[in-house]
Ligand binder design. Structure first.
Ligand SMILES: *[C@@H]1O[C@H](CO)[C@@H](O)[C@H](O)[C@H]1NC(C)=O
Ligand SMILES: *[C@@H]1O[C@H](CO)[C@@H](O)[C@H](O)[C@H]1NC(C)=O
Ligand SMILES: *[C@@H]1O[C@H](CO)[C@@H](O)[C@H](O)[C@H]1NC(C)=O
Ligand SMILES: *[C@@H]1O[C@H](CO)[C@@H](O)[C@H](O)[C@H]1NC(C)=O
Ligand SMILES: *[C@@H]1O[C@H](CO)[C@@H](O)[C@H](O)[C@H]1NC(C)=O
Length: 389
């Protein structure tokens, strides 16, 4: 009997098909956000009907061909053929992360490993340490915390829209990270009403960064100043003094005094809230006016020294001014006249005129002949033109 043994050539051919033509599994690493769905695909370029299998990091078989092996509703078959086995895992949790294996049951078994990375979604950030309201001069430490991120999230602080630097701290909590960032503030009145925002930047939030915002309320003692409506108050004029006060809580009402005592009770002098109005100034109104505002954090005052000028005295000053003005006017007038005269002079000498000197020079061999030529040749003189520029 003749036994039919495969020749070495035949063996090479088979191995050529199996080895070089790609009878081995191909996989890719997968990254998925917590709660999302991951597809695990295993491909074989050239396959006889050899079975494919997916198993999890704990070496449990998930699918053997199109047959489900592990009882887990989240794991489903997407596609099973001789050249592909794709399964999906939905509602992925951090514990699903790890190395998954695709096996091709040739002899020997060939495997490929795909790493499933699960991103931990950072929780909505929280800002702690706010004191509401704060008082000017307080030291405040705002702390922003976000938990559950994987990899660790980045936290950024913004004062209104402008970025400010915080001190970041990252702590591992199981597979995820707790990230916090602190901002030390020495608050003053300029921080009143300012919004501090803490923003979480994370690969799992690429499209929708999370943020938290707190608006500071800072209380501060009032600061007042007096705004006056006239620079040179004169007798008979209307004058308004406004006591502008800023403070939190709002210092209301303000108090007006004159030379340290209550305001005289005059019809011409009207107090309305922060405003003191003189309907018609009088010399007797001279004095130091003071307005004062206070809240529970302190008081502040401002002074205005009123000096009512005599319009007649001002009139003398006026004459001086008129005199100077007159002199200036005369100087300007004279200058203008000079410019006009000069302008007219120039205008008159601009244009065509006869040239006496050079006539005949063009066709004369020497100067003498030129002069001779010039005489009695005036008929042609107007042909030569020159311009005064
Ligand atoms: C998984 O595969 C299915 C079927 O091909 C597809 O509809 C789905 O979008 C895929 N999911 C992901 C997360 O790639
Ligand atoms: C694979 O199996 C199918 C049916 O089971 C058969 O028709 C096909 O010829 C087989 N392919 C190979 C390469 O053996
Ligand atoms: C897949 O992930 C593993 C583990 O993180 C890594 O060692 C390997 O290089 C990755 N492979 C590819 C093709 O990125
Ligand atoms: C200023 O007041 C005095 C006394 O109150 C009064 O006699 C005088 O007429 C007033 N002058 C003007 C300009 O109103
Ligand atoms: C007020 O000031 C003016 C300065 O123009 C002066 O002439 C007048 O005597 C002053 N009156 C009082 C009451 O001080």
């Amino acid at each position: 009997l003749e036994t039919h043994r495969p020749s070495p050539l035949w063996f090479l051919l088979i191995c050529g098909l199996r080895c070089a033509s790609g009878q081995y599994p191909l996989v890719q690493n997968v990254t998925v956000t917590q709660g999302g769905t991951a597809n695990l695909t295993c491909r074989v370029e050239y396959n006889d009907n050899t079975s494919l299998q997916w198993s999890n990091p704990a070496q449990q078989t998930l699918f053997f061909g199109d047959k489900k092996a592990l009882r887990d509703n989240r794991i489903e078959l997407v596609r099973a053929s001789s050249s592909e086995l794709t399964i999906s895992i939905s509602d992925v949790s951090l514990s699903d992360e790890g190395m998954y294996t695709c096996s091709l049951f040739t002899m020997p078994v060939r495997t490929a490993k795909a790493y499933l990375t699960v991103l931990g979604v950072p929780e909505k950030p929280e800002i702690n340490g706010l004191k509401k309201p704060a008082v000017e001069g307080d030291y405040i430490t705002l702390t922003c915390i976000t938990q559950g991120s994987k990899p660790a999230a980045d936290l950024r602080w913004f004062r209104n829209e402008k970025e400010v630097k915080g001190a970041k701290e990252v702590n591992a909590e199981g597979k995820t990270f707790k990230v916090q960032s602190s901002l030390q503030l020495h608050v003053d009145r300029n921080d009143d009403g300012v919004a501090y925002t803490c923003r979480v930047d994370h690969v799992a939030l690429a499209l929708a960064p999370q943020q938290a915002t707190e608006v500071l309320e800072v209380q501060y003692a009032p600061r007042v100043e007096i705004i006056h409506s006239l620079e040179v108050p004169q007798e008979g004029q209307y004058l308004k003094l406004e006591c502008v006060s800023k403070g939190n809580p709002s210092p209301d009402p303000v108090m007006w005094t004159k030379d340290g005592v209550e305001l005289p009770d005059l019809d011409r002098m009207i107090v309305d809230g922060r405003e003191l109005t003189f309907t018609s100034l009088n010399k007797t109104d001279n004095g130091t006016y003071r307005c004062e505002a206070s809240n529970h954090l302190g008081r502040s005052s401002a002074e205005y020294v009123l000096y009512v000028y005599d319009p007649n005295a001002l009139g003398q000053h006026g004459t001086d001014h008129a005199l100077i003005g007159g002199v200036v006017a005369v100087v300007v007038f004279v200058t203008l006249c000079l410019i006009i005269v000069l302008g007219r002079y120039l205008a008159r000498h601009k244009g065509t005129y006869l040239t006496n000197e050079a006539k005949g020079a063009d066709d004369a061999p020497d100067a003498d002949t030129a002069i001779i030529n010039a005489e009695g040749n005036h008929a042609h003189a107007e042909e030569k033109k020159e311009y005064f520029i």
